[in-house]
Design a protein around this ligand. Structure first.
Ligand code: ADP
Length: 162
């Protein structure tokens, strides 16, 4: 069988924003499968549960067969290996992102030389958007609709009403 190009897009996605969505859409032609992998990060306080974050992403991409959603709680390189993924996908917004991502990608390359990290430069219009901005807006009762995809915005409203 032909070797499938599987990429893991790891992150917190708390919640997924239009910036994340754009990276996934732009990466679609490059891979056979993209696994959006929600990592458990004990350093970051989360707003949404892993289940809610997973639901937001799976609803957003329910029409796209190439996109799968998963959660993980292990070293990213080991997680990728367990799935047979050869690529890690990351977005780059700023030079601060670059410095951090450089360290992580080089460490991952040392741990697992066959795994390549692929970076996509953020679209200019999304370069200031991040999940913590959305969390702040929600925390203060604001409307995040400019920053999260419409489907996700509707789901956020319905989870808040529960
Ligand atoms: P992490 O805690 O791993 O940084 P995030 O959910 O914040 O998790 O980000 C996951 C990935 O998405 C990272 O590669 C990040 O650079 C990218 N990303 C986040 N926001 C944007 C954006 N606005 N545009 C493009 N990429 C983004």
């Amino acid at each position: 069988m032909e070797h499938l190009k599987i990429a893991v897009f790891p992150g917190s996605f708390d919640p997924i924003t239009i910036g994340h969505e754009s990276i996934i859409l732009r990466a679609l032609p490059l891979f056979d499968e993209i696994i959006v992998a929600i990592g458990k990060n004990s350093d970051k306080r989360s707003l949404f549960s892993m289940e809610d974050r997973k639901l937001f992403i799976s609803e957003l991409f329910k029409g796209e067969k190439k996109v799968k959603v998963d959660t993980f709680d292990s070293l990213t390189v080991n997680y990728c290996k367990s799935l047979g993924a050869s690529y890690i996908l990351r977005g780059l917004r700023t030079s601060a992102d670059f410095e951090y991502e450089r360290m992580v990608a080089l460490a991952n390359k040392t741990l697992e030389p066959n795994l390549e990290t692929i970076f996509l430069l953020t679209d200019t219009k999304h370069s200031y958007i991040n999940s913590s901005l959305v969390r702040d807006i929600l925390h203060h009762g604001g409307n995040p609709s400019e920053f999260v995809p419409k489907t996700v915005c509707e789901l956020i409203i319905s989870t808040k009403e529960k």
